[in-house]
Structures are given as C-alpha cells and as structure tokens.
Design a protein around this ligand. Sequence first.
Ligand SMILES: Cc1cc2nc3c(=O)[nH]c(=O)nc-3n(C[C@H](O)[C@H](O)[C@H](O)COP(=O)(O)OP(=O)(O)OC[C@H]3O[C@@H](n4cnc5c(N)ncnc54)[C@H](O)[C@@H]3O)c2cc1C
Length: 389
Amino acid sequence: MPNSSLQPTPISAPKIAIIGAGLTGLFTATLLERAFSQMNEQKINDKSSIPEITIFEKSRSVGRLATRYRSDSLTDKNWQWAFGAQFFTAKSASFQQFIEPWLQTGLLQPWCAQVVSLTPMSANNQKPDIHLKEQWGSTQARYISTPKMTSWGRALADELQHSTIKFNTRVAPLAGYKQTLANKISNKTELFDENGNSLGHFDWVICTVPNGQAVELMADSGFSEYVKITEPTMQACYSLMLGWNENQPLPEALSRLDTAWDVAYVQDSIIDRIFIEHYKPEHHALLPSMTIHARNDWSEQHVDDDIDTIKAQLLAAAKRALNWNTESAPSQVDCHRWRYAATVTASHKEQLGVLVDDERQWIVSGDWCGQGNIESCYQIAAQTVAVIV
Ligand SMILES: Cc1cc2nc3c(=O)[nH]c(=O)nc-3n(C[C@H](O)[C@H](O)[C@H](O)COP(=O)(O)OP(=O)(O)OC[C@H]3O[C@@H](n4cnc5c(N)ncnc54)[C@H](O)[C@@H]3O)c2cc1C
C-alpha cells in the first residue's frame, strides 16, 4: 500500500492555512471557496482543484465581533452587549453584493439609528446637553447582524464547504527560513501550535491577526515584508457594558421625551460613543442594555491600567453623560479591554494592502492592511484571493 502522506498533493488542490477566524479569515475562506468553485465550473468538474482550507483560531469565537449576554433569573430575559464592532458600512458595490443574501434572510439588517451629540453634565451640575445630529441611512447605511453581532460570523463559518475551523488552536510563531526550508516537503510550510504539535503542511499560509500579533508570529520567520507589518498603529479601546432591570427607571438622558436617541457621540469626555442595544432592530426583547466605547487615545494611554480602576473611571464618566440617580443607576456593569481595536490611518498615507512573500507563499492581511473596519476586511480578503487564484 503506498503511504498517501508521501504522495505529492496536486498543485491544483492547494492546502491553505488561515490564521485567525475573525471576519478577514472568514471572508477569505468564503471568497477562496467561491473562486475555486467558479474555476471548476469553467473546466470539467475536477475535484482535485477544490482547495483544502484550515482556519486556526486561538479562541472559541470569531474575532472582534463579540457579543456578551447575561440572563436575569427573575424575568428569564437577557441583557446583551455587542462590545466589539457595533455596526458596519457597505460603501462599495462589491461588498453590497456580498452582503445581499444575508440582508434577504434578515440576519443582517440596516440600522437607521437616531444619532445625537451629547455633552455631559458640567461641574455646576447642568443637565447633559443633547442635540440631534443625524439619522443613519439617510446618506450612508449602517448594518448590524441579528440577533447578535456574532451571528454573521457563525453563519459565514457554517456555510463554508471545504474549510475546517480549528478553534482553541494558537499557531506558534512561524519558523525561520533555513529551518523552514529543511522542514519543507514539496515546498510546503509546516505550522505548529504553541505546544510544538504539528498542525500540518500548507501550500499557502494566510495570517489575518491584528498587526501587534502578526509581529510576534512573523518576528524570526524571514517574512520578506516584515518591516511593513509594524507600520500601521493600532490603538486600544475599553468597552463599558451597562444594564438596567425590567421596570427600573432609566437615566434622565435616556428618558427625555423631546429627544429619543439610539447612538450618542459624546463630547468633552473620556467616552467616545454610547450605543443603546435594546433599541436596535430585532433587539427589543432585551432588558435595557447599553454599550459604551471609551476614546481610543485615552484607552491606549491607559492600556495597562488595572481594569477595575478603568471601570470606575468609565462609570463616573457615564454617570455624567447619562445623569442617573440612586434609583436609575445601572444594575449591571462590566468592562472589557481591547488591546488592538482601531487602526490609526494617516489620511496622507496609502493603505498597505495585503503583504505577500511570493517565495514562501505567505500572506499577511487583516483589517489593519485597509481602513481598519469590517468593510476593509472584505476588501483585504478579495485582494488575498486575487494573489492565490
Ligand atoms: C471596540 C471596537 C469597536 C469597533 N467598532 C467597529 C464599527 O463600528 N464598525 C466597523 O466596521 N468596525 C469596527 N471595529 C473593527 C472591527 O471589529 C474589525 O475591523 C474586524 O472585526 C477585524 O477583523 P479581523 O478578522 O481583521 O481581525 P480579528 O477580528 O481581530 O480576528 C483575528 C483573529 O485571530 C485570532 N488570533 C490571533 N492570534 C492567533 C494565533 N496565534 N493563532 C490563532 N488565532 C489567532 C484572534 O483570536 C482573532 O479571532 C471595532 C473594533 C473594536 C475592537
């Protein structure tokens, strides 16, 4: 019997590793599958040209799309917070076309939020000042995934046909060039997990992790574009999650009859934006829930501070912004630190685009190679596919 593991894999059936199951990784797998199946349709139905894609994800879930919920034992209802990305845009025609099937099913929904500008209470205790700013959708649509922000990632993962996702698998830094050459079988790269176990040999390795983590993965690998990985700066973000009990009075800034709002851009504060979760489409069954994002520059300055101190500072800022008293103070308070949240893009600089080492067949990508948002994950994934197919 021939040992099949020694048989060279046909060049037309590449084995592809994707590091990271965030949206960049999931979009890349989806678009790769589509591109290969289109190629197959144009030729005879040649099974060997179907790629074998493995996505390695160190956590249990899908990247910076994150949802946290907590159940109230009294009412059996939930508080829920999208404490990572809150919404996304679809400005390009190609991304609009890509999201269309999920808009049809209702998994993705436009969020026509009423947006206000909010100046918190001043030192002499004047009430927060709230002005209507815009309604989303009037010029540029924003979308959310329902019932949770994570639902879209899970749907993308479920629809993959030739890809396997290995959760709880942290890929170890890629080996140096000489060592890699020695380990190479038919020009493939061998990946390992953090315990030194082999994860297999791959024709292409696509790394989609935030650039701070890509630096660690590629540091001693000899990746030809290594220097460029360090170019974009990513800043931190603290997310504060608040909840109120059923029938509890809400803070004054929320219960004004004259200005109903869904999203507030906060001025003169360490808080940047406030999002009311239970006002979002398909979220009305939730208990009153609110996600607050701190300013990125403030978060970055305090990225290594004690999380309880940060929570107390954000809570005090939220109280000034929302104006609660003992009765209307939130009953639920939680705080999360995102070490790599937002890409700082210098407007005069061109976006990096995907970084390719042709010789090793390694690609480094991620939202930070574009504008640092969900739409750029798609653009970056499309660029990656254009390199491989
Ligand atoms: C607080 C916050 C608010 C945001 N708001 C918005 C918004 O309103 N609109 C918008 O469009 N975008 C927003 N974003 C940005 C958006 O979330 C990102 O652009 C997008 O999720 C990035 O996806 P990604 O796949 O490139 O990276 P990630 O989602 O970070 O995915 C990378 C994955 O790689 C995994 N990983 C890392 N190292 C390894 C390893 N060694 N082995 C295996 N796996 C590894 C990580 O666990 C992670 O799951 C926000 C982000 C944050 C944090």
